[in-house]
Design a protein around this ligand. Structure first.
Ligand code: PMP
Length: 397
């Protein structure tokens, strides 16, 4: 019956991770993953999360199905976190928000919605982007193209190139934008550039789809949502897929959200209805546990303050790892310029390492980086900076 079914080659990132797990070398270092590790190299269980969970355990009751759109308290807390509680779009009830299965689930529900209502729209993603963007939007039946984004020569965004590419797109096409902490490059737009881009998007009648999977890891939770808030302020209809995997360290609880900013509250009600229908067709309704924890943390002033402080500590730790790696590499390779490390933000940086160099790093030094050259600074520790820099310096010489 299934002889035509081909073997799955595996996801490139997850496969490397499996290889790392099976690697017997004691001095191995994994910078290929996309998770935040603490100073001891362990995935943290955040204090506010544990406290909320303990409190919830005492009142745990039955576990009915959630509504298709998810936990109501969670949905409004998430919306306030993304847009700011005072945002006009929120107070005018123009934002339709559904709880989703992580950021991936939000992208999938959004992609299905777009494929249904805007079947002719093409989706444009940055070159490069998180590979799963292609799979999710392509898998929903949409055509996915890429727009100019990263300039390897500067280690930054080729903003004029990006504008020129988007200027060519027909009205109604969808533009996927990383709101902060671009994955995989770490190269973000600044606020003046976001403002200019908003003008173009509005003038050309494009439909922005923001992906915010690292809110809090760039400049802080509010600053990281600047682009979304500004676009919505400018009256631009838009989508936002958000994820709590990293900033709550709740990867396996699959907590995310999809918000759609509409022109008025009637549209928002209708859009939410159709998001519910999309969810019903996919998985009926989301799970209970993670959303309860997050709603509790965000709605309790004390827990929220504790979470924000811990998140700030995580953000600063990643920044310190950037500077640490920059110093270590600059000392070892005096002729080479690593300033891109300090210019880029978030958990990742795009190094100039080639796929062949990534292979050598893995095989000879037990240092795992993606074949694209992406490294995860959030997985570095004080102790792994020197050996990682030694290995990279040897390969670059
Ligand atoms: N978007 C981007 C840019 C990501 O990096 C990720 C996670 N790697 C996601 C979405 C998906 O988030 P989640 O793990 O919550 O599904």
């Amino acid at each position: 019956m299934f002889k035509e079914v081909e073997a799955y080659p595996g996801d490139p990132i997850l496969t490397l991770n499996e290889q790392f797990g099976a690697d017997p070398r004691a001095n191995k270092i994994n910078l290929s993953i996309g998770v935040y590790l603490d100073a001891a190299g362990k995935m943290p269980a955040m204090r506010a999360v544990l406290q909320a969970e303990t409190a919830l355990a005492a009142v745990l009751g039955t576990r009915p199905y959630l509504p298709m759109e998810g936990n109501a308290a969670y949905r409004s807390a998430v919306r306030a976190l993304i847009f700011g509680a005072e945002h006009r779009a929120v107070s005018e009830s123009r934002v339709a928000t559904a709880q989703t299965l992580g950021g991936s689930g939000a992208l999938k529900v959004g992609a299905d919605f777009i494929a249904h209502y805007f079947p002719k729209a093409k989706v444009w993603v940055s070159d490069p982007t998180w590979d799963n963007h292609y799979s999710i939007f392509g898998g929903a039946g949409l055509t996915v193209g890429k727009y100019r984004y990263y300039d390897a020569a500067t280690g930054h965004v080729d903003f004029p190139g990006m504008l020129a590419a988007l200027e060519q797109l027909p009205a109604g096409d969808v533009v996927l934008l990383h709101a902060c902490c671009h994955n995989p490059t770490g190269a973000d737009l600044n606020q003046a550039q976001w403002r200019e881009l908003a003008g173009l998007i509005r003038r050309r009648g494009l439909l922005p789809f923001f992906d915010i999977a690292y809110q809090g890891f760039g400049e802080g939770p509010d600053a990281d949502a600047f682009a979304i808030r500004h676009f919505a302020e400018e009256g631009i209809a838009l989508f936002v897929a958000s994820s709590f995997s990293k900033n709550f360290s709740l990867y396996g609880e699959r907590c995310g959200s999809l918000s759609v900013v509409c022109d008025d509250s009637t549209q928002a009600t209708n859009v939410l209805g159709q998001l519910k229908a999309t969810i019903r067709r996919n998985y009926s309704s989301p799970p209970i546990h993670g959303a309860r924890i997050i709603a509790r943390v965000l709605d309790d002033a004390g827990l929220r303050a504790e979470w924000l402080a811990e998140l700030e500590g995580m953000r600063l730790r990643v920044k310190a790892m950037r500077t640490g790696l920059y110093d270590a590499l600059s000392a070892r390779c005096p002729g080479l310029d690593f300033s891109y490390l300090n210019k880029q933000t978030g958990m990742f940086s795009y190094t100039d390492l080639t796929a062949a160099e990534a292979d050598v790093l893995r095989q000879e030094f037990g240092l795992y980086v993606l074949s694209s050259g992406r490294i995860c600074l959030a997985a570095l520790t004080e102790g792994s900076i020197a050996p990682a820099a030694d290995a990279i310096a040897q390969v670059l010489k």
